[in-house]
Design a protein around this ligand. Structure first.
Ligand SMILES: [Mg+2]
Length: 265
């Protein structure tokens, strides 16, 4: 029965994949949405759940998973443990340390505008207090509830990112913040960033009305195009989503922060 379901799903997805791929291969590297609830296909023995969830998480970080809306049900405890235990913090630190090593190796002696782009959510600021109340990715994203959280302006800094941010600033990079948050959240985002310790940037780019509805990959690509047209050279980019990093005007080096809780195309 499961085998039959898989065949039906594969057959039903194939034309959609072809159709979406033809839209614009530079901006949409993959089909945007594949409506599979994979959890219905998984039958993991109890003793395998830990390993399977690690495998799923690594596949996600490596950008091998097809677009997904919620974490696999079986991985609810695993993801919670990862996010609240040492795993997440260590992975964040490693990314920051490697990024800092690279940042120090860049020649900044010229008079060019050398930029480091940072995403905001789950990159500079942590929404973990919000996701703790919403199943660490088990619930389908609710933009209204999330907006209420954003409007409180109390998201804490991700410490390892704050350290990297301070270092790239002191090295002489121009910092550009590029977030999927909307224009109406600009002021509260600034307040939140400042109270969390982020106090300086060349640009804070938020989604304007005309950017609404665009995928993050497209929106961020377009904004990076504008940044480079503005004379900046993007040598570093930090983000928790591949859509922060891929597309056009990509950074010379990109640093993917861990995030097993949600996926943004
Ligand atoms: Mg983010």
């Amino acid at each position: 029965m499961i085998f039959l379901k898989k065949i039906i799903l594969i057959l039903s997805i194939f034309p959609l994949a072809l159709c979406q791929e033809n839209l614009d291969p530079d901006v949409f590297p993959r089909p945007l949405i594949i409506e599979i609830n994979e959890t219905h296909l998984q039958e993991w023995p109890v003793e395998e759940v830990q390993s399977q969830c690690t495998s799923w998480r690594v596949a996600g970080e490596a950008n091998n998973l097809n677009p997904w809306k919620t974490i696999p049900e079986e991985c609810a405890d695993y993801v919670k443990e990862y996010m609240t235990g040492k795993g997440y913090a260590l992975d964040l630190q490693r990314v920051s340390n490697e990024a800092a090593l690279y940042a120090r190796s860049v020649d900044l002696s010229g008079d060019g505008k050398i930029a480091w782009v940072f995403d905001v959510d789950e990159t500079l600021l942590s929404n973990l207090p919000y996701y703790a109340e919403h199943g660490y990715g088990m619930e389908i994203f609710d933009s209204m509830k999330f907006d209420e959280w954003v409007e409180m302006g109390i998201a804490p800094a991700i410490d390892s990112s704050l350290k990297l941010y301070e270092e790239v600033l002191s090295l002489g990079f121009k910092v550009i913040l590029l977030t999927g948050r909307s224009e109406r959240h600009r002021n509260i985002t600034v307040e939140n960033l400042v109270q969390a310790g982020f106090h300086e940037w060349d640009k804070l780019i938020v989604r304007s009305l005309e950017d609404q509805g665009k995928t993050a990959t497209r929106y961020k690509s377009e904004k990076r195009n504008e940044i480079t047209e503005d004379g900046y050279q993007i040598l570093g980019n930090s983000g928790d989503q591949w859509s922060d990093l891929l597309g056009s005007s990509m950074s010379i080096r990109s640093f993917k922060l861990p995030n097993p809780m949600y996926y943004i195309p």
